[in-house]
Design a protein around this ligand. Structure first.
Ligand SMILES: O=C(O)Cc1cc(O)ccc1O
Ligand SMILES: [Fe+2]
Length: 447
């Protein structure tokens, strides 16, 4: 990947326009007149385009869950040769089962991903840490990390197994999708819906980040309950692309993840050839700095559910397949309160990552919880502030305090995260993570 390519991608990324709103019926045409009006599938679609529906929900799901988009494209997606299996690289899929994948109750923490070999693109740079559920049943989730130093060229990716929530930690991304282009910088997140084809170009020499692959119901904004009509992630801050197409008649590899495995077919054209579209099954980006943080203004540390950006509901109200939670800059003012996250054991499983700076419950710096690293606190595992944090926060003078030195996030899932063998054997798995809770002295004695 040459610097010039990065610069070119950045130039494109900086000029992008968007269509705003979460869950709306967006519509966009790159060429005037490309979008039919009054019907989805006219006898002849405008400008000789092919009409195609892309469904993100069963046809019959209730309106509030129903998702589909209509695409008007140069060539129909159906015109392609057979897909054949390709190597999965370090990508794994659910079910995470078998004798080598033993669910691990230990608290685990990883350093950032190692530098990839030269020429590694986003797809080749995906590395699965673990997950749960079953892609074929459309339940559960997987946690992947990526480390890349090349743009995808002449190939696109689509995931039949679920939607991809991409969380860049270092290096900006230009996502060229069937719906148009999105820019995602560290501090922003991008969502690629199930089945949508896209290509990732790098805006910097390298890129690193996290991916939550959600096999379950698509992410939605959480209900606000007594918070009211506004707050947390506001719908208008989500940005969908506007239509942009490639008119490229050259071999393009289309890689599809299907029930955990990668398959590929070489098309004779770019499938990013959608000239117009409308619908609500769309990719989007969201700037986490826009998150409206709500917290306690009296006492006690609130549960982190108050920081939920997106939630993938299950059939049980309030029980998410996976929540995406952000720990964004905020004021702490709690009186007579232990202000950092408390000690706890959670029935849900928590994977945490750090996008920038430090996290208020953990020591930063080498050997600690660092940007690009991650921790896994599986179902019922005891965790919370490390010793340094506990000692500091128990003695701190409780003046109003701004937490503004970091951006952390959590993928919190209802099922234990089963780690892959590569995650457990990785050199970047920290040893001795348990030690951060050593030395918490006993103060109580009954006599
Ligand atoms: O374990 C963690 O650091 C995540 C977390 C944060 C918080 O504010 C409260 C509970 C919780 O699990
Ligand atoms: Fe926790």
């Amino acid at each position: 990947m040459s610097g010039t390519d990065n610069e070119q991608a950045r130039k494109v990324a900086e000029g992008l326009t968007y269509s705003s709103g979460f869950g709306n019926e967006h519509s966009s045409e790159a060429v005037p007149g490309a979008l039919p009006h009054g019907r989805n599938s006219p006898q002849r679609a405008p400008l000789g385009l092919y009409a195609e529906q892309l469904s993100g929900s069963a046809f019959t799901e209730p309106r509030r869950n129903n998702r589909r988009s209509w695409l008007y494209r140069i060539s129909p997606s159906a015109a392609h040769p057979p897909f054949t299996r390709i190597d999965n690289g370090a990508l794994r899929g659910a079910p995470f089962a078998g004798p080598e994948q033993v669910p691990d109750p230990n608290r685990l923490r990883w350093d950032p991903m190692p530098e990839p070999a030269a020429g590694t693109d986003f797809l080749a740079g995906l590395w699965t840490l673990g997950g749960n559920g079953d892609a074929a049943q459309r339940v559960g989730m997987a946690i992947h990390l990526y480390a890349a130093n090349a743009s995808m060229t002449d190939r696109v990716f689509s995931d039949s197994d679920g939607e991809l929530l991409i969380v860049p930690e270092s290096g900006g991304l230009l996502l060229r999708t069937e719906f148009g282009l999105l820019r995602a910088e560290p501090g922003e997140v991008a969502l690629i819906p199930r089945g949508v084809r896209f290509r990732v170009e790098l805006l910097d020499a390298s890129a690193r980040g996290y991916v939550c692959e959600n096999y379950g119901q698509p992410f939605v904004l959480p209900d606000l309950g007594p918070i009211g009509a506004n707050g947390l992630a506001n719908p208008r801050d989500f940005r969908a692309p506007v239509a942009a197409y490639e008119e490229r008649e050259a071999p393009t590899e289309v890689v599809n993840k299907f029930c955990g495995n990668l398959w590929a077919a070489t098309y004779d054209h770019s499938p990013l050839d959608v000239v117009a579209w409308h619908g609500n099954h769309v990719p989007y980006v969201y700037d986490l700095h826009r998150f409206n943080v709500i917290g306690s203004i009296s006492y006690d540390h609130p549960d982190p559910s108050i920081f939920t950006v997106l939630t993938s509901p299950s059939d049980t109200p309030g029980l998410a397949g996976v929540d995406f939670v952000v720990f964004a800059p905020r004021w702490l003012v709690g009186e007579d309160t232990f202000r950092p996250p408390y000690f706890h054991r959670n029935v849900m499983s928590e994977y945490m990552g750090l996008i920038e700076g430090a996290y208020d419950a953990k020591k930063a710096g080498k050997g600690g919880f660092v940007p690009g690293g991650g921790s896994l606190h599986n179902m019922m595992s005891a965790h919370g502030p490390d010793r340094t944090t506990f000692d500091r926060a128990s003695a701190a003078e409780l003046l109003p305090q701004k937490i503004d030195n970091g951006l952390a996030f959590m993928f919190e899932t209802r099922w234990p995260v089963i780690t892959t063998p590569q995650a457990i054997e990785a050199d970047h798995l920290q040893s001795g993570y348990d030690d951060v809770w050593q030395g918490l002295e006993r103060h109580f004695r009954s006599s």
